[in-house]
Design a protein around this ligand. Structure first.
Ligand code: ATP
Length: 354
């Protein structure tokens, strides 16, 4: 059993509180991804789970045992680092087998287990090389191999793909997904990359300033964010967040001049609100909210394109469009959004639901 529980976890560095009263349960065999802006505490949290950073308050429970002060090995966790952290003077074989040697296993067993892992990660032909003789992707495989060989209950990944080029990132991302399907070991993964978070996670934990904003499946966070922060953080390009004010007739008057009709219970007339619409949720269909955007820049990705424009209010807007109609910079176009796709937020960032 490798269910993991964080109970009321605090972490302070001197007077600075990096993590505050954080509660989270990570189910056995799940793939959990921590995301959040730079400095929010993702790595600190992961390092506390790994045993590389002291826990200031609260309890860390792995497989039913409180392990706040246990050694990393005793916790049954293995971590894969962004910079791979391989021993430069050791061969691939020695790097992968290192933890087993420390554990005092016999030579034959070490050789067998190292070979199993090397086959899984397709690095058998590299066993005699040193890290300096490997590509970035190969180093990353060896780093993962070093974690797998220990047969841990929990894998911790700290931005493991961020030093790889775009193509290799995609293929290693798929490799990690396959690895999880095969091993079914609990995995916790920190990343800045939206695609990694959305594609790898069973559950995403959104962290901001040392606290959890929301925990949910990628789809829940994408289509049903609990607040403005999560709405703006999940999704790339970001959700458009348009300024508006509640009107006496129960509609929302947007700063850009458009009117949004809703059945949601709105705060008193004259209250500022935000209306969130994802770039991909604009359509050319009739009905719904209509906005006029002046085209600044068009990014054509082949199958789809992003139109970066401006509204009459001066607000920027991003619209995803699959059409191939010719567009001119400075041209003003009309776009529509279905009310069911638009999310309303109060000035304090909370969702206003229908
Ligand atoms: P990034 O995405 O940039 O890696 P992060 O979310 O992983 O950021 P952490 O590295 O966990 O953030 O840092 C959380 C906060 O704690 C930051 O404000 C950071 O400056 C602070 N911090 C981290 N390590 C220390 C330390 N050893 N001493 C003091 N403050 C620290």
């Amino acid at each position: 059993m490798a269910r993991l529980e964080l109970r009321n976890i605090d972490k302070s560095y001197g007077a600075f509180q990096a993590i505050e009263g954080l509660n989270l349960a990570v189910e056995d065999g799940s793939f959990t991804v921590f995301v959040g802006p730079s400095g929010c505490g993702k790595s600190t949290l992961l390092r506390m789970i790994a045993g590389l950073e002291k826990i200031t308050g609260g309890d860390l429970i792995i497989g039913g045992r409180t392990v706040n002060t246990a050694d990393p090995i005793e916790r049954g966790v293995a971590m894969v680092f962004q910079n791979y952290a391989l021993y430069p003077h050791m061969t691939v074989e020695q790097n992968i087998g290192f933890a087993l040697r420390i554990a005092g296993l016999g030579r034959e067993e070490i050789a067998r287990r190292v070979m199993d892992v090397a086959k899984t990660l397709q690095v058998e032909s590299l066993l005699k090389r040193k890290p300096a003789q490997l590509s970035g992707g190969q180093r990353q495989r060896v780093a993962i191999g070093r974690a797998i060989v220990r047969n841990p209950d929990v894998f911790l990944f700290d931005e493991p793909l961020s030093n790889l080029d775009a193509e290799l990132r995609v293929s290693m991302r798929v490799e990690i997904a396959k690895l999880h399907q095969r091993l079914r070991t609990t995995m916790i993964y920190v990343t800045h990359d939206q695609t990694e978070a959305m594609t790898l996670a069973d559950r995403i934990v959104v962290i901001r300033a040392g606290k959890i904003e929301q925990v949910g499946t990628p789809q829940q966070l994408y289509s049903d964010p609990e607040n403005l922060f999560v709405a703006g953080f999940i999704g790339s390009p970001r959700m458009n967040l348009l300024d508006g004010t509640t009107a006496p007739d129960g509609s929302v008057r947007l700063a850009c001049g458009a009117v949004f009709h809703t059945t949601a219970p709105l705060p008193a007339a004259g209250t500022p609100v935000k209306l969130g619409i994802r770039p991909e949720h604009f359509t050319v269909d009739e009905g719904g909210l209509e906005i006029a955007a002046t085209v600044d820049v068009v990014e054509n990705l082949g199958g789809t394109r992003f139109i970066y424009g401006q509204l009459a209010s001066g607000e920027s807007v991003v619209i995803e469009e699959r059409s191939e109609r010719p567009l001119q910079r400075g041209e003003t176009l009309s776009f529509r959004a279905s009310p069911s796709r638009a999310l309303l937020f109060a000035a304090d960032g909370t969702r206003i639901r229908d």
